[in-house]
Design a protein around this ligand. Structure first.
Ligand code: FE2
Length: 221
């Protein structure tokens, strides 16, 4: 399941891990629309002004609403069960991002500021990236990945609900301006096989300033 220098699309059981249902229901409760239709909202104060940039791409009013899903009873227990499930195929206990990061990719905008490797922002190279969409993803409404280290031959990753992507964190990734006519919502998080975890580097995350160490950004079972 974990291959160096590559990315793999895997399937999961949406009845056991109903991320799409939880997130759609959360948006419907607060905004009366499902994830795909967030751009149809009439309240434009919810949207970023212009194109998002690094450091601001996770801090819009829409994100603030989405992140309150962590206050509910279902999301975080489901997330932790999912990480537990991942330990099977990875074959080892994991250090994992305590709470995932959400991306909201509105038509006419980006969801992440630029092409990058997470290590460019202080993340340890031992991390493995997990990327899980709750909408369909295609063409310009998805993550774009290079095929091999340093190639910069970015291509869109097409996926459906019930699939997740696991990729080597040394691969550059990013996104394009969404021209698909629907909003893409996804979550991503990072895991480190316990045997590879080296402890705190003293660095903090670019978006929310979390210390990249156990008990802060990371958790374990
Ligand atoms: Fe990234």
């Amino acid at each position: 399941m974990i291959k160096q220098n590559s990315a793999t699309i895997c399937r999961y059981d949406t009845a056991r891990f109903p991320f799409k249902n939880i997130i759609d229901n959360h948006f419907i409760k607060h905004l009366k629309v499902a994830s795909e239709d967030l751009h149809k909202l009439e309240d434009s104060t919810l949207f970023p002004a212009g194109i998002v940039t690094p450091g601001t791409d996770n801090n819009t009013p829409l994100h603030d609403i989405l992140y309150t899903v962590f206050d509910g009873e279902s999301f975080l227990p489901t997330y932790r069960k999912f990480v537990e499930f991942l330990q099977g195929p990875i074959g080892e206990e994991l250090i994992f991002q305590k709470k995932p990061t959400f991306r909201i990719h509105l038509p006419g905008n980006l969801s992440v500021g630029n092409y990058h490797r997470d290590r460019d922002y202080g993340h340890p190279p031992e991390e493995i990236n997990i990327w899980l969409p709750v909408t369909q993803t295609k063409n310009t409404a998805t993550i774009w990945l290079e095929s091999e280290y340093g190639q910069s031959d970015f291509h869109p990753v097409e996926m459906d609900n019930g699939e997740f992507l696991i990729f080597d964190s040394a691969l550059k990734h990013g996104n394009e301006i969404n021209k698909e006519g629907y909003t893409r919502v996804s979550m991503d998080f990072r895991v480190i096989p316990k045997s590879l975890y080296k402890g705190s580097s003293g660095r903090v995350t670019a978006n929310r300033g979390h210390q990249l160490s156990l008990g802060h950004y990371y958790d374990q079972f």
